[in-house]
Design a protein. Sequence first.
Length: 330
Amino acid sequence: MKVTAKAHTNIALIKYWGKRDEGLILPTNNSLSVTLDGFFTTTSVEFKPDLTKDSFLLNDEEVEGEQSIRVTNFLNLVRELAQEEVYAEVKSINAVPTAAGFASSASGFAALAAASSKAIGLNLTDTELSRLTRQGSGSACRSIFGGFAEWLQGVEADGSDSYAVPIAPKEHWDIRVAAVVLSSKMKKVSSRSGMKRTVETSPFFKGWVESIPADLEGIKQGILDKDFEKVGEIAEANCLKMHATTLGANPPFTYWLDTTMAVMQTVQQLRSAGIPAYFTIDAGPNVKVLYLPEHEAKIQETLQHIPGVTEVKLSRVGQGITYLEDEELV
Ligand code: FM0
């Protein structure tokens, strides 16, 4: 049976940055994200007895190398769970720039997990699906849910209590996110290797982990109260703390470019001018700006005029996993 699933990316307001178990992908802290409707991956999976290996097409092109190994490793987990030994044909369409800090792996692995687990006959609950998805890419486990979701780090060595839970549905709060795309796109240090180097060498990592519980408590209250200033201030500060840990790593690194800082300064200037806007940045140079619907025109206009910015993509809060009935990619 061919199954097609659609998953949206998410942007972390409290970042996942550090693993306690690299194989099972278990984090050193809880994280919290908002799912975005503007950026998504649609994936179809069909397990076929006549195949001699998995095949993976991304945006109609055959993928090989590290990316295809990650897909096969993930499918191995799905086969193990289902006790099946059959290879799969995987086709993905990614409406997200890859490897540019747009968490493309999040929507990618969430869609892959949903489509493959269903195609092989597993009937997983959202919690089980989130736990499985986590083992493809950590941040992806939050994309099972729409709206606002928290990934519970868990304490068990086998990862059984490490999965995402919904905090508030997308209908709860209409906040917006502008994804600011910079002309220079490729990141040099992947999030996976960047967080590993940080955990192993940065003296600031301990402080980062210790600061998380207070940020989480504050932001969850802010989301429930729809207190935009509170949520924005905590998210921006949390992002800056995460990026500070990379400067303390050995060798040190940063994901920021000059234009990244120009966008950050513009956001701060917007606030000085009375427009509530806050930034957050993942493991890449692009910036996401949080704002309220009534300021959309001004936000868009201001951001796209920053030199070095190629595109500003606006997004609302998105939904969780959906399955497409016609079995075709859209
Ligand atoms: O999304 O090694 O999921 O919480 O995006 O595949 O588990 O790609 F800013 C960084 C994403 C980390 C923060 O890490 O790593 C966040 C980040 P994996 P991911």
